[in-house]
Design a protein around this ligand. Structure first.
Ligand SMILES: [Mg+2]
Length: 251
């Protein structure tokens, strides 16, 4: 499957890690290609502001990684949303993972070198990329805290990580809420992602007449190919903008 050519009616929802950025050994060690912020800014301008980063990371971390680019975004899998006008909507803090759970995770993982706990405002992620042989113990631990039928929290499997997050948040809800507002409303969304949590975002994009692109299937699992497709999109959209007939003149 080849990715579609972007046109000016599209909206873009882009996951960050594993989609725009290569996965790194730890969340802190990702490398942001120097041209990526400018590329996103160009796309966002050409699509009338209808570009959103939809990530498991917080909006603050998304901003710091992509600075000076800053636009619509969903953080922590949809726990926090920032609209084009800068307005931020966040779930109530009462929906955050209890402190006792954070303590349990920190305590247990201190005995497991290489297993990292990443605290988030509402959730907590446990990464075992550096200690893959601990995956069974990590999963047993988090499943012990959050049984399958837990009413408020769920486990979010990720690439060599698992996260506890509020059940009420999802990337699908994030897409739905952004699509309800300008400049996304009425556009044809394309969601690009590489992970389990992205599936809900892709499904939502399809509900709005758009599509979901899996990095593994469409881009050979390679974020560089996603970035190349976006660069090509900037060229296409710029050329079309330049060659578009003036308003009112039939083509
Ligand atoms: Mg990802």
């Amino acid at each position: 499957m080849t990715p579609p050519d972007l046109d000016r009616t599209n909206a873009l929802f882009l996951d960050l890690d594993g989609t725009l950025l290569e996965i790194a050994p730890t969340p802190e060690s990702v490398v942001v290609p120097p041209n990526l912020p400018g590329l996103l800014a160009s796309l966002n301008a050409l699509l009338g502001g209808a570009v959103a980063i939809v990530s498991g990371r917080s909006i603050a971390v998304i901003d710091s990684l992509l600075a000076p680019y800053s636009a619509s975004a969903a953080g922590e899998h949809g726990v926090a949303l920032r609209y084009q006008d800068g307005r931020v909507e966040e779930m109530p803090k009462g929906l955050a993972v209890p402190d006792e759970w954070r303590e349990v995770l920190r305590g247990a993982t201190e005995r497991w070198p290489g297993v990292l706990v990443e605290p988030k405002a509402h959730g907590v992620a446990v990464h075992y990329r550096l200690a893959p042989d601990r995956s069974t113990e990590v999963w047993r631990l988090v499943r012990g805290l959050v049984p399958q039928d837990h009413s408020r929290f769920h486990l979010i499997p990720a690439r060599e990580a698992v996260e506890i997050g509020p059940r009420a948040a999802s990337k699908g809800h994030a897409v739905e809420r952004l699509m309800a507002q300008a400049p996304f409303r009425g556009r044809r969304p394309i969601f690009v992602g590489d992970d389990f949590t992205d599936e809900a975002g892709m499904e939502a994009a399809r509900q709005f007449g758009g599509e979901g692109l899996r990095v593994a299937e469409v881009f050979g699992g390679d974020p560089a190919q996603v970035r190349a497709w976006l660069s090509r999109g900037v060229e296409l959209l710029s050329n079309r903008a330049a060659s578009a007939p003036p308003l009112g003149v039939p083509s």
